[in-house]
Design a protein around this ligand. Structure first.
Ligand SMILES: Cc1cc2nc3c(=O)[nH]c(=O)nc-3n(C[C@H](O)[C@H](O)[C@H](O)COP(=O)(O)OP(=O)(O)OC[C@H]3O[C@@H](n4cnc5c(N)ncnc54)[C@H](O)[C@@H]3O)c2cc1C
Length: 381
């Protein structure tokens, strides 16, 4: 697609993993998408098979159930899922929660959760957003009040990915309402606990195979050792530390999606005859797709820089935010341009380009709206 370009981080250690992940994703997961779209969630058996393949938390130590790889292995997983159009499995959320625990959890929390998260036995959610607040994380109203050796959690969350299926939710809650950012903590909550309730699976314009839900916490009593790291008030620190990696995953997904869009559009426009010639033979199509190809190439090299910095432990918040807003906006433009060349078929859900177009819209909103990303980058100027 991008002629002879090869991502520098896709070295001899990572390339064989990429090959086997692509085979697995194409043969085992992509064919499931149709069913997952109907039921608005992925099957548990597929989560387990994905864990078995070493695709969940591939970058953490074997001791904790990972594969001992690097962020490059994680980038492979994200890229291949997006490239194949598999949007039903929110493994990215398992990666995020796994890293909260790996970096800031107690040893007991690591031993208890990480192997199960990596195997796919435990599906995770991250519950930050509430009906009253999303972008302004410090305004969360969910409360966790200490009572003896437990905390009692009350509050409501919304737009939570894996919300219908998760076994454990990393809940962002206030342990001190008067301490501002220092009053925020994260709790690892088992969804079988009394008082936890899932709301309805929300009706979205895209990402039909992914479950996104409300969640309610009514006097949910959790043992004190569910507090991440065992120290109150460290929640915002953990979130801020991990957000660049979440944003990098969104940027990687955008780059892979654009590559797929260009591939599908070239295939279609070479095939589809209009006025007696392939759509690609119109100069307008060639000029537009030349622009798309340049954008896809620039996006790939930008994305590769982000991955390389991540692998080298140098991915900072500014770079991740730049990548998140820039790549997701190019993604929307590229998909819109590509969809046009499919004519009416581009508007039919049966065609992957239509789904990709609808799925892509959210990438400019979640993981922190792109305006927030610009704010963050603005601080570096
Ligand atoms: C499909 C989907 C999946 C999601 N998954 C999760 C999940 O798993 N866990 C979770 O916790 N959340 C999740 N979210 C929530 C998502 O992260 C929030 O929707 C997002 O952070 C924006 O918050 P909000 O919707 O409350 O918008 P608001 O905070 O109400 O913002 C609305 C708009 O205001 C503008 N705006 C906000 N702040 C600023 C600013 N400082 N400067 C300029 N403009 C600004 C932006 O245009 C923004 O889009 C998901 C959302 C969707 C749609």
């Amino acid at each position: 697609m991008l002629d002879n370009y090869r991502s520098p981080w896709l070295d001899e250690d990572v390339a064989p993993f990429a090959d086997s992940v692509r085979r697995f994703v194409t043969t085992q997961l992509a064919p499931m998408e149709e069913k997952w779209r109907e039921q608005h969630q992925a099957d548990r058996a597929s989560w387990l098979a994905t864990g078995e393949m070493g695709m969940i938390l591939p970058d953490i130590d074997v001791e904790y159930g990972g594969s001992g790889g690097t962020p490059a292995h994680l980038a492979v997983v994200v890229s291949e899922l997006f490239y194949a159009g598999v949007s039903g499995m929110g493994v990215g959320i398992n990666h995020i929660v796994g890293h909260y625990i790996l970096d800031d959890g107690t040893e007991a929390q690591k031993q208890h959760w990480l192997p199960k998260i990596a195997s796919g036995e435990v599906i995770c959610s991250v519950a930050m957003t509430e009906p009253g607040t999303g972008s302004d994380l410090q305004a969360v109203r969910t409360r966790a009040v200490k009572q003896g050796d437990k905390y009692v959690i009350n509050g409501a969350k919304t737009f939570i990915t894996n919300g219908q299926t998760s076994d454990m939710v990393a809940v962002v809650a206030k342990t001190d309402m008067s301490a501002g950012s220092k009053g925020i903590s994260i709790f690892l909550v088992d969804t079988k606990l009394p008082g936890f309730r899932r709301g309805k699976c929300l009706d979205k314009i895209g990402l039909q195979s992914s479950d996104t839900s409300e969640m309610f916490f009514d006097d949910v009593e959790v043992p004190a050792d569910c507090l991440l790291g065992g120290i109150e008030g460290k929640g915002l620190y953990t979130l801020m530390k991990q957000l660049p990696f979440e944003r990098a995953q969104i940027a990687i997904g955008a780059a892979a999606t654009m590559e797929r869009a260009l591939k599908l559009t070239l295939e279609y426009t070479k095939e589809r005859q209009v006025f007696g010639k392939p759509v690609l033979d119109f100069q307008n199509t060639r000029f537009s797709l030349a622009d798309v190809k340049a954008t896809v190439f620039a996006s790939r090299t930008f994305c590769d820089h982000i991955i390389a910095q991540w692998v080298n432990g140098k991915l900072d918040s500014t770079l991740a935010s730049m990548g998140k807003f820039w790549l997701t906006e190019r993604q929307s433009e590229v998909l819109d341009t590509c969809l046009q060349f499919f004519g009416g078929y581009g508007y039919m859900n049966e065609y992957p380009i239509a789904r990709m177009w609808a799925d892509a819209r959210v990438a400019r909103i979640y993981g922190g709206a792109n305006e927030i990303q610009r704010e963050l980058v603005g601080r570096s100027l």
